[in-house]
Design a protein around this ligand. Structure first.
Ligand code: ZN
Length: 98
């Protein structure tokens, strides 16, 4: 097994894009909770509905990020976030023991 330091750094670009859009999606739900727990739940739930896009290089990251900026894709990400916010709003986890 490679040690922690040798593991290649892979980031799910969809996760970055969803995190960037979270506040925009929350703007449509003024009554939704914004605590760190609920925000994390929303992002996790949205990402479950979306295919992950991993980049293995800086060039790959740029190409994926350009793709993720497309209006159609942004709408898809916001739609997934919107659904996730509705689910978390209906059953927030923040008042339950972790
Ligand atoms: Zn909360």
């Amino acid at each position: 097994m490679p040690s922690e330091g040798q593991r290649p750094r892979l980031s799910n670009r969809v996760e970055q894009a969803v995190l960037r859009l979270l506040d925009q999606a929350l703007a449509y739900h003024p009554d939704a909770c914004r605590c760190p727990r609920c925000r994390r739940d929303v992002v996790a739930l949205a990402l479950r509905r979306l295919p992950a896009r991993y980049a293995g290089s800086a060039t790959g990251e740029v190409l994926i990020d350009v793709e993720l900026q497309r209006v159609q894709v942004q709408a898809e990400l916001l739609g997934a976030l919107d659904q996730a916010i509705r689910v978390v709003k209906a059953r927030p986890h923040h008042d339950r023991p972790a």
